[in-house]
Design a protein around this ligand. Sequence first.
Ligand code: ATP
Ligand code: MG
Length: 269
Amino acid sequence: MGELDKFYKTISNLQCMIPKDHPRYESLMIRERLIEGYKMGVTALQGLIAHGRGEMFDYVLGEKSHDFALKAEKVAVALMLLSKRPVISVNGNTAVLVPKEISELSRLLNAPLEVNVFHFSKERVDRIRKYLEKFGAEILANCDAELKGLSHARRIVDRRGIYVADTVLVPLEDGDRCEILKKHGKKVIAIDLNPLSRTAMKADITIVDNIVRAIPNMIKFAKELRDASREELEEIVNDYNNKETLRLALETIRDNLTKIAEGKLREII
Ligand code: ATP
Ligand code: MG
């Protein structure tokens, strides 16, 4: 049995162990996927911790795609369709959480996937490439160019991909590289549940949504906008203000917490 088959067998066994009516079923299954991804050497141990931070923000956001996220997802798709060389950067968490979906989005937007990880080894990059290849997208993983100005491993890129891209979609990105990508003149689209992270603040478009919802939403928008004219796409992009997205995300968290606090206090007192 191949590694991927083993992965899916384990996931389906877990589906039997975690009852579907468990109130946190989806969230628990996502954790199990990441743990299995770690055992396969695709997800980094540090990625499990980063996921915990994301979960916390998802919790206080109400675990749904808000209007500000849907808008950012649509604008992101429009920008990718307008771009000459759009690229989707993929790390270990993304590869395990949405392999099929990110590959479909890649095909719809004509944007290759580039394997790019913070905890770098050529073996790990190759493992992620091999794992993703099964889903049928074009994968770049040559690690043959460097983004100047960055000391950690995310500087290592593919000469045909991020190095020459005009727009990069970076799910779960690191703040430093987001800044460097911008310095290199690229437009950056981030998916990050934390509206306060440096990445979220520095990106041109910040999608404050869980990647497991964001990518399927983007697939829907890509199908909708595939035949739109450049003028229509430009109108969607020009109308967008990222500061407004971050403000709405923070206000949503604030209002949710106020509601929860008032409700809980009434229960206790
Ligand atoms: P920065 O360097 O930008 O300040 P950070 O150090 O807070 O970011 P990293 O560990 O670099 O965070 O990246 C992980 C980020 O990804 C976190 O902000 C976390 O909220 C977010 N994240 C984790 N899991 C998900 C997910 N499933 N969907 C969307 N965002 C997620
Ligand atoms: Mg960071």
